[in-house]
Design a protein around this ligand. Structure first.
Ligand SMILES: [Zn+2]
Ligand SMILES: [Zn+2]
Length: 747
């Protein structure tokens, strides 16, 4: 046998393989192994034709699959033998005509090679905060239009110097076709401004910033896809001032720290560290170890959101005396993240900013690791605008989203493009950002919606907007959308049992739903069990003052309310009247409100400043390891209702008997877990469904998710967790398009 016989193979690779340095990587490997042929981008991925010795081609194939660039993800890898073709060299060929959708890569955290160079005194880019290569750097945030090429990005105004140009045009260089390539000579620069936007004269704006931070100043720092407000996380005075300026009294701030300091701050596993170091570089919610920080960073909270430097500038901000920085999105509470200085002038002392515009904003993504799976709470930077693959074909559809944690979705065939996190309230800034991104997504991905989907709630601005479009409109029940989103994530097309525990969602009967166990597929749902309806006086005003919920619930059940603190006689009278006359009282089966009620019965947060604050406080009282041994309060499941009245009666009795809030909170959690398992078991008997989907905002409660998953799995159910799509309203738009397509195509 002739071992040196030449053969030719054709390789097709799909996944995230464009804009992440994949072709240069293929080129380098082929040249190293003395193979000839070519690589090119196609509409769906990368195609390679390679000719050479069999042994070397086998090494080549191994390396393609095992040493591929960090930011690339191979989803499909196919090799075919083809008749021998001879080539004189290996080439990167021009892309074939794009028939499919051109994808845009998310922004990628700076890679370790670039970090190493940045700290190398002899490197051209020593301490240069815009260093990047084909494996890393900005993408989404700098793109104006597709295809992703330098003249189509905000780098177009920076003319490459000869040094950069040489690297850019050399296929063997790590910066071959790195569109944002730059160096101190030709690229963007940082400068320091005061909050009147006047330049501070200094040769070292970054060093100066570190001094300002050490002296208790708040500095708005321009990152990759938006501004962060930064301050020293150990300085209570400045953290307090930041809370005031940002109008954010309690909601936890995220902390950025160097990798070496993580284990001092939080309980962390090797897997967590890998996730923090990934190209997506999200914020992880982890358990505080001992509190090295100001208590005001994450008040009354055993956990803290941490992330590590992901933009080159971040690596330059820390020193031994400044190990922990608050790095919170640069915005006014609930508004979109800012891309320019003006909107932040009133909430910071200085700006560390630069002359590269941010075209497309996105917030940091947030992930909650649990025993079984990582749950994504916010899917934004590092993930958008990568498409989500769908289990069914769709017509071009726009899903409008809800009113909290706003996102939209656009679909095309089997791909769904989810917007970045837009904002958390209805404001002019939120609407402007919504339209800005919507128009861009339509243009980039060439989608002209033929169908629109929105929530049933008539008052959402997303609903009102949807009605104005001259297109077929399908209204989707909120919790049906929650289930459909997680079904889409897991590619389930057959019926499931959906457990949706949520704050607020408009029901088909006009009541506010939110404690739902449904049988559902994409087309329809059946409400199998729900918490019994309770009175919610004044709607939104009670949600912000949950003590009013406790009062109304106890009143309805006939429990003595004298033990309730933090509610005035006047408020009591008004609520009693409202309930008596059924004036401005909504009926609700919400699980979120039940948490609010119990939380305030125990004296926690009579008034809240962010969503789910009192529910979280109740969770934080518990010792996770005690849950399964905690007492179970009595409940009844009758017909389609889970009656919670006796639970509240027994909790009130426990409070009177001086049982500790911790014990009560643990029992309350265990009771929810038990009645849910009972109801699901019953639902499965009726429907013969064994697949269970968990969704809704309450499924961010680790205790509920971990225990439900554990027990249901043990009882032979297959449980699907919201892992790559958020369980909260951030993925409502995904569910909306799934349901709308199914309904529209069947009519
Ligand atoms: Zn790099
Ligand atoms: Zn240069």
């Amino acid at each position: 046998m002739n071992r040196n016989k030449l053969i030719t193979k054709e390789i097709q690779i799909n996944g995230i393989v464009q804009g992440v340095g994949f072709r240069p990587f293929v080129y380098r490997k082929a040249v190293e192994l003395n193979l000839s042929g070519y690589v090119l981008n196609t509409s769906t991925g990368v195609e390679i034709t390679v000719n050479g010795e069999e042994k070397k081609i086998n090494i080549f194939l191994y390396q393609l699959q095992n040493n591929n660039p960090a930011a690339s993800k191979i989803k499909y890898f196919k090799v075919d033998n083809i008749p021998e073709q001879k080539f004189t060299e290996f080439k990167i060929k021009k892309s074939t005509q794009q028939i499919g959708t051109t994808l845009i890569s998310p922004d990628l955290a700076v890679c370790k090679d670039c970090v190493r160079e940045m700290f190398d005194k002899f490197d051209k880019r020593y301490l240069y905060p815009f260093i990047n290569c084909t494996n890393c750097g900005p993408r989404f945030s700098i793109i104006e239009n597709t295809p992703y090429d330098r003249p189509m990005t905000t780098m177009k105004d920076f003319k490459m110097c000869d040094y950069c140009k040489n690297e850019y045009t050399n296929p063997l260089d790590r910066r071959f076709h790195a569109q944002p390539i730059a160096c101190p000579e030709c690229g963007p620069k940082f400068e320091l401004l005061n909050n009147n936007l006047e330049k501070i004269q200094t040769d070292e704006p970054i060093k100066e910033t570190i001094e300002l931070l050490k002296n208790g100043k708040i500095v708005a720092i321009k990152g990759i896809s938006g501004f962060h407000l930064a301050c020293d996380a150990t300085n209570t005075k400045v953290v307090k001032r930041l809370r005031k300026l940002k109008d954010r009294p309690h909601k936890p701030f995220a902390i950025m720290t160097q990798e070496k300091n993580l284990s001092k701050l939080v309980d962390i596993t090797a897997e967590n560290i890998n996730l923090l170091k990934s190209p997506e570089s999200p914020i992880l919610i982890l358990k505080k170890k001992k509190n090295l920080l100001s208590e005001l960073v994450a008040p009354n909270n055993p956990n803290i959101g941490v992330f590590i430097p992901y933009a080159p500038i971040h690596f330059l901000l820390f020193d031994e005396e400044l190990p922990f920085l608050v790095m919170t999105s640069g915005n006014i509470n609930n508004d979109p993240i800012s891309k320019d200085e003006r909107s932040l002038q009133k909430i910071c002392d200085y700006f560390l900013t630069n002359n590269r515009p941010i075209l497309n904003r996105s917030d940091d993504s947030v992930i909650l690791p649990t025993r079984n799976k990582n749950l994504i709470l916010r899917r934004s930077r590092g993930f958008v605008p990568s498409p989500i693959n769908l289990p069914i074909n769709t017509i071009p559809t726009l899903g409008m989203g809800a009113a909290l944690k706003i996102t939209f979705s656009l679909t095309k065939n089997k791909q769904l493009f989810l917007s970045p996190y837009i904002g958390n309230s209805f404001s002019k800034n939120t609407m402007d950002f919504y339209f800005e991104m919507l128009e861009k997504y339509k243009k980039w991905f060439d989608i002209k919606p033929k169908l629109i989907a929105c929530d049933l709630q008539p008052d959402f601005f997303t609903t009102r907007l949807a009605k104005k479009q001259d297109l077929p409109l399908i209204k989707v029940q909120h919790h049906h959308a929650h289930i459909a989103a997680i079904m889409a994530e897991h590619h389930i097309t057959e019926p499931v049992i959906g457990i949706v525990y949520d704050g607020t969602g408009y029901g088909t009967d006009g009541a506010i739903w939110g404690g739902e166990i449904m049988a559902a597929d994409f087309n329809k749902f059946q409400r199998l069990f729900h918490l019994n309806d309770m009175p919610l006086p004044g709607g939104d005003s009670a949600i912000k003052k949950p003590i009013r919920i406790a009062y109304a619930y106890l009143k309805k059940i006939g429990i003595d309310t004298n033990f309730l603190e933090n509610i005035s006689e006047m408020e009591k009278r008004i609520i009693s009247k409202q309930i008596e006359n059924n004036f401005n009282v909504f009926q609700t089966s919400s699980m979120g409100r039940l948490f609010d009620c119990v939380s305030t019965m125990l004296g926690l947060f009579p008034e809240i400043s962010f969503e789910a604050q009192s529910a979280m406080a109740l969770q934080f009282l518990c010792d996770e390891n005690n849950i399964k041994n905690a007492k179970i309060y009595s409940y009844e499941i009758q017909n389609d209702k889970i009656n919670i009245q006796s639970i509240l009666k027994e909790i009130a009795k426990d409070i009177h008997n001086g049982i500790s809030p911790k014990k009560i909170a643990e029992s309350f959690h265990n009771t929810i877990i038990q009645f849910t398992v009972d109801a699901v078991t019953e639902a499965s008997k009726k429907s013969e469904i064994k697949k269970v989907v968990l969704s809704g905002g309450v499924m961010q409660n680790k205790i509920i998710v971990e225990n439900l998953n554990h027990i249901l799995t043990k009882n032979n159910f297959t449980v699907y967790l919201p892992s790559e799509l958020p369980s909260n309203d951030g993925s409502i738009s995904v569910g909306q398009v799934m349901v709308a397509n199914s309904k529209y195509l069947k009519t």
